[in-house]
Design a protein around this ligand. Sequence first.
Ligand code: GDP
Length: 429
Amino acid sequence: MATRNKSASSDTIYALSSGQPPAAIAIIRISGPEAGLVLERLTDVRPEPRRASLRMLRDGSGDILDHALTLWFPGPATATGEDLAELHLHGGRAVVDAVLSALPALGHGLRLAEPGEFTRRALLNGQMDLSAVEGLADLLTAETERQRKEALRRADGALTRRLGDWTRSLLAIAARIEAEIDYDGEVELGSDSTASPISALSADIDKALAVPPAERLRDGLRVAIVGPPNAGKSTLFNALVGREAAIVSDIPGTTRDAIERPLSIAGMPFVLVDTAGLRETDDPIERIGVERAHNQRALADIIIDLTGDMAAGDQPIISVSTKADVRPPREDALALSAVTGEGLATLHARLADIGSRLLPREGEVALDRRYRERLYEVRAELDAALATSDPLLRAEHIRIARERIDSLTGGAGIEDMLDALFGRFCLGK
Ligand code: GDP
């Protein structure tokens, strides 16, 4: 993988960076050492840097491709850190196809970019750091307001700055230990000056670890609707997602598998899951459905309970009583009717209320698993550093802690992680 990347970064790459045609305009980006020459071949004269110029584009044999707006950004101060050209074409399918086929025919080793390759180059050339790239990946897939804001903060480097603060603290602590060692080979127990900055750093990292995990925000909170057959689960599901996604019927056992749909409430992401009715059954397929319903229940962050007898567990439970238009609701349950709409607004409000407790708050820097795991290791090293009175050992724990933080922002062993990350990008980004 590493070899491929090294040779790949000397290629000149191109891709359609805007959405699928047809559209009003289509943007093709070309990045790499030959980008300027390619632009010259297409337009005759290389346009003035960083100014939009309207040019006739021609293919290798001089035939007209399109009348397009062209932009020329000489590297390294560009989005990819390389020479970069942009063609803003008329967004018809035939125009885009013609230009995309004319480009490799020009020679210059031009090849189609892989998904995320422009951003990968930005990372390799130091134009972006890893946390910012992760934020960008989240931003491209953000569907709700809360996801957009968090991704933007991250793309903007909020998490990177936090990691930078911690690294600086560790460096300062390491320097102080060095000074103590140099000054006097023996350090008296209890008189050391690094215990309190180490504790302060620990507390700061604990605070970051206490923020609800980023995955919840990225993937949405899972809300499982659980209850016996025919209780009105699918009807409630449809009422909440606002369309006929689940099959409603009065034949018990209709929903045999879990159906899920994303749902945005108060700008927060949820995934609503309709499950098979919980009952004993001889039908082997329905039984699988019931088993899955139990699994979904275990996976859920929130449960909407139609059974009325679900004991409070780890997950918040909203107890609801359906069909309130035709029967008296159960006591202590939220009365709901899909026919009159009664109770739906309250259910929304309750979900929003629970969501705001389970999701990272606006402005908080949320961590995903990779960051949490490393930071737990950092915490363990800090604890070990505090537990020893030997300055050499303490210095070693601080050094390992710093290495753990460094591993989050780059360095060895990161290639696989990069491949997984760039797999989330679309072509042309
Ligand atoms: P599920 O098996 O729990 O998914 O139940 P369904 O959503 O398929 O509903 C079973 C039956 O109850 C269907 O005939 C629905 O039309 C009916 N039903 C569901 N919700 C309501 C409601 O709020 N009021 C009334 N009157 N009927 C409902």
